[in-house]
Unconditional design. Structure first.
Lengths: 353, 1316
């Protein structure tokens, strides 16, 4: 109102006759008629069907081997042992034997899996200090209060890495051995590095700056998490650069899983040497487990997963099925509509117009 | 005035409070002393110091108070408090869910958006205040002994200010002096009440006789007057002079702030009320706030959302408690203890979790809903404003939305209550016919002329309104400016005569000029009557020259001349000249004759006594006498020779008079007459007054000048006659008449002319024993009156009464007492008027036509097709009302009409009972013809009607069952509105197709609206144009004012102001429908969107031990509604058109959709909720299963879900959107782009800043992941498949019927399906 700038004369307040102001913008109003809707439905069904079939075929080419080792093989012993907290410090190793009937071709990924472990619990998830993990020295010595009650050890030393997530790190270790039909047992080489997101390893997690100091010196004055056997700078005894906050296992563990049943990458098959150049050949395998992680408190299960991947992820039949089912539904609806249209359409149309 | 602040309420209140504190003992009056007496004294001694100064401050805030005050106001809205509470909850560590600072963001955003809006408005007010406060005016300064320029804000109560022509008054000023020889000051009050006719204000009587200029230094009075109040038409008080003399003060002495001085060179006055205490400011109310029906429904559902939220939280809390309980004493490693390291019991953690969940699920209560609704409504108002179809070229005005938040109510109206005059009709009164002394003059030629105009109007409407007109208004700015070119006299240019230099005022003024369209002016006289007038006046002329008493005139001729004199003077019409429209025509010749001064003139022709002052001195002496209460005998005995003088000795008659002085018979050439006489312009307060004056002028009996104490009339042969105007007893709605008391210049008798409604006059006619002739006249006139009424004419009776001097003296004494009384003056004056208006002698009656506005019958027909019940509530008499009703197709000739006229409560009860039975009987027999289903559904009509839904009956009952009209008059209405009868009355009224209430008072109008609104629970719209409709407009759900010709009161009270009645059609059927359907759909969509989004998190609780984790990152959760999904729905809510404007107008039936609230029904809310939950299930579980058993982390999984939800929501909106413009596409593209941009930036910005969540580089990774895209395709398709299926089934004409069709408005016109 009131803006009569530049306009005067007899019809000063006449509204502009513009399409916008008169609500006459050129508009496309999709008329839903049988002739437009039905082809659309059929087309949609066809697209989904094709995609579904393609995905299904892709998934079919993958292989996956799951091995629940919680109480399998000789591990039942260790399982019992871990029931008792007082035995926590004792080492327990066990072996599980399993066959691979059909060779896993291509890149083979070695996962460990946990069931019923709620890494997505809110209080658990919050219990970490990202600033500490990025290597801020202030946070190293003085972790965020989010880490409570895993912020300081009973002596008042700050815990590094603090928080419940780091504290509960999965600490079973595995070695996989291949027993070929001929020849000796060959340990399956696993790449245990480079399995994290690039950004995690290089941006999100960094060790505190250590100009000339060793990691141990840097972490001096901090305590290891309560459940840990080793301090954070000794996580990987073989590779000094894989220690501290940039340890791959730690990084992977710190990426909290979305569901209570989850798996996490342990290693990737190193395919440089025979007989693993084409993947894991068929045959018998044994897996040696350093059994440390207790799961009985939460009725959890532990497993090992060996799998190959497709371009859209691991072996998961759901997505292709979802596409196929959706396509079928669309088709069903399209057919129903066609029938309705065929039977009543013409009368209905006349009634409307 | 609008810019002078929208909300002085606060300021007013505080000011009043302050005053009370300061002066607890202050009595009921205000005493004003002149400031100059205290100029040198200290401030404390000035008795005026406690009164508000003239500085206005309409701003709500100051720099300091803005933040606290604005926040305080915003927290009056419950939703804001709720969201702040939730944000604060986040600061409690045990329950917090988000980064506390982030959780504050939405609340702060919403609050600051509102605050910025308020701040901007306040700043605008401040700017306009500044501008106004710094306007200049002349204030007398004692130190300098002259008037000096001061700012308005420096004006104080008690200051003397000098006002010049065309200045705006800075404060309420008591007029003490005027350069006008008549001691008048003319003001234009358009800014206050929209009335453009000049109002005359008089100098206070004690200052009347001042010969020289008013000298403030000599002023020594003390003014006692009322406390400030907002009644524009009331001012009472008195001035006490040093001599102890008291003079009464009236509203005629007060110049109001905001008015403009016209026609008066200079005026001096003393400030009585200043600043916020001026009547103008006290009258300034802010915009109205109403809550629409849709919003009321919506609030119920917001409440339901709260319940759903609580249930979900409770569910999660219990779930969490159980989840913890199942682990027993041995806590798993992932179950983190409380920060203190102590164990949380399951119950405690459940309680904490409950609060956490409230935070997490807060999105369910849509924080942005309220803001979005406001935005959409503002856009809707904007579009309604801009609609060309609602623009009236004639008055250069368009629709105004005065209430910004009830646009959607326009789409849900069920009952329309309309005023008749000025609303259905043009309120352009055209003189049609008259009867004088029992003889009817049918004015056939006039009728033909009118018919011609009607045709011409419709043909030439366009070209006339577009044709350029000459600037007339220019003369306003300087009344002394050179002559403006005379406009052509062609009838074509009659419509628009004003140039609109000042756009704002022009519209108001042009409404005014509509009064004088030639249709009203150029009345073709009835030849018979014209002959008689001529004969009569020539006889009178003859008699005058031969000094014969006038009583010898034949009585029928005397009646005729009296009749026209009455028409001419019994009114308040002011004469002005069209060339300088604001310049009063001076009938004193001091301005027109350069040769002689007024003094010369008077000296030469006045008997010795009257030698000084103006030639109105006799009346001024009369007034002085009166006011000093010295009795009236001397006055009455003094001959009023002077007033008769003017007519005898005109030296230089104004042009046009040659004709009347020419040879007898004078030239009858109507055209010539009009050309010459067209120079005069009549400004009337009501159009029928003007019509009568124009009518009289057609008979050469023309009003040429009006002063407060004198009316000059020009008669054929007789020339100009000056009637000394002794009293004007103004029109009021109770008396329904007005009278003037004049001294007849020819007979020297004191004569009362009365004009009024026939019912009012006929009862006052002298008892019939006076003479046979009078009886005959009365009965004949009554017959003609009935005839006129049957023609739909407005009838007025004209009567006169001759007072003997003794009678007059007696009455005068009482009247003067009444006039000077301060307490109860109105009542006393009213009684005084009643005492005078008795024993009248009937002269005749007039019939005035009030033409229907363009397109009224069509509009009514179309509104009725739209299922609207239209009631007409009018103050007119029954016959007139019925005829107008027929003319505008409100009543159908085929319809039966129930007329309810009762004299008593019992009779009324009986009548209602009978009508009920009648209707019942008629209904029963007619229903047998109806389809059986109608019969069944309405089996016992009168038991069912009141209980059944009004919406169902509103369109089934009147259409299919009854074709009845109900006519009820005011008296019966009063009985019927009684508590005991109102139910019966309603039962009768609602079963009639149309209802007509005649002779109803403003109060009754509002009572009827209130009754229907409250009892039937329907949406009501009241439309009217006059002050008498204000109460009705305020009571109705939506009040519409016609910004027509009767001032602005109705517009001021209304929610929407229309220039014409016919625009109601588009306003309701198109804009109402659109606004309603847009808003309803948007609100439903809002609920759906929030529920769908929140449910995603709810499902996740089953997988995270009900711990309140959210896979949707806190940023997305908080900004999803506020930013990512906000724009498309706003665009759709503003622009979507479910049906095109053309279709809506062609098929008014579609309006039923809104009446029955079909776009927003409770079940729709629940359907939407279910749909939302279903879609969220799909959107949750497809990604869940797709990622199940993988190494996906929480946010890598949650971000696709957010994206999917966004896509699903957008596509859902796309399905709901009926029309796609480029803005829809743009908004959707923008939303998507915004989401990805924000996500990418957010995920790349800082790896440590957003604790507890840390979605670093997630989105970047996802964009490289094919799975993400695969999910983005399949999920929205699967989620919306069902919705689309139903949509298609409903919309596509597949089926021949079925319930689904009912949702689709288009299907409604196959048959009006009744369903509920």
């Amino acid at each position: 109102m009131g803006k009569v700038k530049g306009k005067s004369g007899p019809l000063a307040r006449r509204p502009d006759n513009s399409a916008f102001k008169q609500q006459r913008l050129p508009a496309w109003s999709p008329m839903l008629t049988a002739t437009t809707v039905l082809p659309f439905f059929y087309l949609m069904a066809l697209i989904c069907m094709l995609l579904g079939v393609w995905l299904l075929l892709t998934v079919q080419s993958t292989q996956e081997i799951k091995l629940d080792y919680t109480e399998a093989g000789t591990c039942d012993m260790c399982f019992e042992k871990r029931k008792n907290v007082s035995n926590a410090a004792q080492i327990c190793t066990c072996t599980v034997v399993f066959p691979i009937k059909k060779a896993l071709k291509g890149d083979v990924f070695f996962y460990y899996g946990l069931q019923n472990f709620h890494q997505n619990l809110r209080r658990y998830m919050d219990s970490r200090d990202d600033a500490q993990m990025v290597g801020r020295k202030t946070n190293l010595k003085n972790p965020s209060s989010y880490c409570e009650p895993f912020m300081k050890d009973p002596n008042g030393l700050p815990i590094a890495p603090c928080g419940a997530v780091a504290n509960s790190i999965f600490n079973d270790t595995f070695t996989l051995t291949y027993h070929g039909s001929s020849g000796p047992s060959i340990p399956v080489p696993l790449l245990r590095k480079g399995i994290t997101w690039y950004t995690d390893k290089n941006v999100k997690y960094r060790n505190p700056k250590n100009d000339n100091m060793t990691l141990a010196q840097v972490f001096e004055g901090t305590a290891r998490p309560l459940y840990w056997q080793k301090p954070v700078y000794e996580l990987d005894l073989l590779d000094p650069t894989n220690n501290g906050f940039i340890n791959d296992d730690l990084i992977i563990w710190m990426r909290e899983a979305a569901f209570p049943n989850f798996k996490k990458l342990y290693g990737v098959l190193y395919r440089a040497k025979q007989p693993f150049t084409k993947g894991l050949p068929a045959g018998n395998y044994t897996i040696n487990i350093s059994y440390n992680f207790p799961v009985q408190y939460f009725r959890g299960r532990k497993e090992v997963v060996l799998t190959t991947l497709t371009w859209f992820g691991g072996q998961n039949h759901f997505l292709p099925i979802a596409y196929l089912v959706t396509s079928c539904l669309i088709l069903l609806i399209a057919i129903i509509l066609t029938v309705v249209w065929w039977k009543f359409g013409k009368n209905g149309k006349r009634l409307e117009e | 005035m609008a810019r002078e602040g929208e909300d002085p309420g606060m300021a007013k209140a505080s000011k009043v409070k302050r005053q009370r504190k300061k002066k607890p003992k202050e009595n009921k009056t205000r005493t004003v002393h002149a400031n100059i007496l205290y100029d040198n004294a200290k401030g404390e001694e000035n008795p005026n110091r406690n009164y508000a100064n003239n500085k206005i401050k309409t701003t709500k805030y100051t720099v300091l108070s803005f933040l606290p005050k604005n926040l305080f106001e915003q927290f009056h809205r419950f939703a804001n408090v709720y969201f702040v509470f939730i944000a604060l909850l986040n600061f409690v560590p045990v329950v917090n869910a988000f980064q506390p600072e982030l959780a504050l963001a939405p609340v702060v955003f919403i609050l600051s958006v509102t605050a910025i809006k308020d701040l901007w408005e306040d700043y605008r007010r401040h700017r306009s205040d500044q501008e106004i406060n710094h306007m200049d005016c002349l204030v007398y300064s004692r130190a300098e002994r002259r008037y000096v320029e001061r700012y308005w804000k420096e004006v104080r109560v008690g200051d003397f200010i000098r006002l010049r022509c065309n200045e705006i008054l800075p404060a309420d000023v008591l007029l003490l002096s005027s350069s006008d020889p008549d001691r008048l000051c003319h003001i234009e009050t358009a800014t206050l009440d929209g009335e453009t006719n000049l109002k005359q204000r008089q100098v206070v009587r004690s200052f009347f006789d001042l010969d020289c200029d008013f000298d403030p230094l000599k002023y020594n009075g003390i003014i006692e007057c009322e406390k400030p109040n907002n009644d524009l038409n009331r001012f009472r008080g008195y001035i006490i002079h040093q001599s102890g003399r008291r003079d009464a003060l009236y509203k005629e002495n007060l110049l109001l702030r905001g008015c403009t001085i016209r026609n008066t060179e200079e005026a001096v006055g003393i400030v009585i009320y200043a600043g916020h205490e001026t009547k103008a400011m006290l009258n300034n109310n802010g915009p109205r706030y109403k809550r629409s029906k849709l919003e009321r429904q919506m609030n119920v559902h917001v409440f339901w959302c709260v319940i759903i939220l609580l249930v979900m939280c409770l569910f999660a809390a219990v779930g969490h408690g159980l989840w913890m309980f199942q682990y027993g004493d041995k806590r798993p490693v992932f179950d983190v203890l409380s920060p203190e390291g102590t164990d949380l019991s399951p119950i405690m953690s459940a309680i904490y979790l409950f609060l956490t969940m409230i935070i997490v699920f807060q999105v369910l209560i849509p924080i942005s809903l309220f803001v979005s609704i406001e935005i959409v409504k503002i856009c809707q108002v904007y579009f309604i404003h801009q609609d060309m179809d609602l623009y009236d070229e004639e008055t250069d005005s368009h629709l105004q939305c005065r209430a910004l938040n009830i646009t959607e109510d326009l789409g849900q109206m069920q009952y329309i209550f309309s005023d008749k005059t000025g609303t259905l009709t043009e309120n352009k009164m055209v003189f049609r016919r008259c009867t004088v002394a029992g003889v009817e003059y049918s004015h056939d030629a006039n009728a033909r002329r009118l018919a011609m105009y009607q045709e011409m109007d419709s043909e030439e409407e366009d070209c006339t309104s577009h044709s350029g007109t000459l600037p007339r208004r220019d003369s306003v700015t300087s009344h002394q400016s050179a002559r403006v070119v005379l406009r052509s006299q062609s009838t074509k240019s009659h419509r628009r005569t004003g140039s609109r230099a000042e756009a704002k005022r022009a519209s108001i003024l042009s409404k005014h000029t509509a009064f004088s369209s030639p249709m009203e002016k150029d009345i073709t006289p009835d030849p018979q009557l014209l002959d008689k007038v001529n004969e009569c006046s020539s006889q009178m002329d003859f008699m005058r020259f031969h000094s014969q008493p006038m009583s010898q005139l034949p009585s029928d001729l005397a009646d005729i001349i009296d009749f026209f004199i009455a028409l001419t003077i019994c009114n308040t019409v002011v004469v002005s000249s069209p060339n300088q429209p604001r310049q009063k025509v001076r009938m004193r010749f001091e301005l027109k004759s350069p040769v002689k001064t007024i003094e010369d003139f008077i000296k030469r022709f006045t008997p010795s006594r009257l030698t000084s002052g103006s030639n109105s001195s006799s009346s001024s002496s009369l007034i002085t006498n009166r006011s000093s209460n010295r009795g009236c005998s001397s006055l009455l005995s003094s001959p009023s020779a002077e007033s008769t003088l003017t007519k005898l000795d005109e030296e230089q008659p104004p042009r046009g008079l040659e004709h009347s002085f020419g040879p007898v018979p004078p030239c009858y050439n109507g055209k010539a007459w009009n050309l010459e006489d067209g120079e005069l312009r009549y400004e009337a307060e009501s159009p029928d007054e003007a019509a009568l004056v124009y009518a009289a002028r057609a008979y050469k009996c023309s009003l040429v000048g009006r002063l407060p104490d004198q009316v000059t009339v020009e008669l054929p042969h007789l020339g100009k006659l000056s009637f000394e105007l002794l009293h004007t007893l103004g029109f009021d709605s109770t008396r329904k008449r007005m009278s003037v008391v004049v001294r007849h210049p020819l007979t020297d008798q004191i004569t009362v002319y009365t004009k009024g409604a026939d019912s009012a006059i006929m009862d006052l006619i002298k008892p019939p024993d006076t003479g046979k002739r009078q009886i005959k006249i009365v009965s004949r006139t009554q017959n003609y009156l009935n005839l006129y009424a049957a023609d739909g004419l407005r009838t007025l009776c004209i009567a006169k009464k001759i007072l003997s001097k003794e009678q007059y003296a007696c009455w005068l004494q009482h009247h003067l007492q009444a006039e000077t009384a301060i307490q109860g003056r109105e009542e006393l004056l009213f009684d005084s008027a009643l005492r005078l208006e008795t024993n009248l002698q009937l002269l005749g009656a007039t019939g005035i036509e009030d033409r229907l506005q363009d397109g009224v019958p069509e509009t009514i027909a179309s509104l009725r097709m739209a299922g609207l019940q239209i009631w007409v509530l009018t103050g007119d008499k029954q016959e007139t009302a019925v005829n107008i009703a027929y003319a505008c197709k409100l009543l159908d000739p085929e319809e039966e009409i129930l007329t309810l006229n009762a004299d008593s409560q019992e009779a009324c009860a009986l009548l209602l009972e009978e009508s009920l039975h009648y209707i019942q009987a008629k209904f029963l027999c007619s229903s047998t013809d109806q389809a059986a289903k109608a019969f069944h559904s309405n089996f016992a009509p009168f038991e069912i009607y009141p209980s059944s839904s009004p919406s169902s009956s509103s369109h089934t009952t009147p259409f299919t069952v009854l074709r009845l009209g109900l006519v009820i008059d005011g008296r019966t209405l009063a009985y019927a509105l009684d508590k005991s009868l109102e139910d019966k009355f309603l039962a009768v009224a609602r079963s009639c197709r149309s209802v007509l209430c005649c002779r109803s008072t403003p109060l009754q109008k509002s009572m009827v609206v209130k009754l229907v609104r409250n009892k039937l629970k329907v949406m009501t719209l009241a439309i009217g144009d006059g002050a008498n409709d204000v109460s009705m407009i305020q009571v109705a759900d939506v009040g519409v004012g016609i910004s027509g010709q009767e001032g602005m009161q109705a517009v001021m009270a209304s929610d929407f102001a229309l220039p014409r009645f016919r625009y109601l059609q588009k306003l309701l059927l198109v804009h109402g429908h659109w606004c309603y359907s847009r808003l309803a759909n948007m609100i439903l969509y809002f609920f759906y969107k929030n529920a769908m989004f929140v449910a995603l998190i709810f499902w996740y609780q089953f997988y995270c031990g009900f711990s309140g984790s959210a896979m949707i990152d806190q940023w997305y959760l908080i900004f999803f509604n506020l930013m990512f999904s906000a724009f498309p729905q706003l665009i759709t809510g503003t622009l979507d058109k479910d049906v095109s404007a053309e279709t809506l107008q062609q098929l008014p039936q579609l309006y039923v959709n809104g009446q029955n609230s079909e776009e927003y029904k409770p079940y729709m809310f629940w359907m939407n909720m279910i749909d939302a939950f279903y879609q969220s299930l799909v959107c949750f579980f497809i990604p869940y299963f797709a990622y199940a058993d993988s190494d996906v982390d929480l946010f890598t999984w949650g971000t696709p879900i957010t994206t999917l939800a966004l896509f699903t929501i957008l596509v859902h909106l796309g399905i709901e959107t009926k029309t796609w413009t480029w803005m829809n596409w743009l908004s959707i593209a923008f939303s998507t782009a915004l989401f990805f941009t924000v996500a990418l930036c957010y995920n790349a910005s800082c790896p440590t800043c957003y604790t507890p969540s840390n979605p670093y580089w997630t989105m970047q990774r996802l964009l490289q992941d094919p799975l993400f895209y695969l999910l983005c395709v399949i999920t929205p398709v699967a989620a919306l498949l069902l919705n689309l299926f139903f949509k298609v089934l409903v919309q596509v004409p597949f089926s021949s019927g079925g319930q689904m069709k009912l949702r689709e408005p288009v299907s409604l016109f196959s048959e009006p399906t009744r369903w509920r």
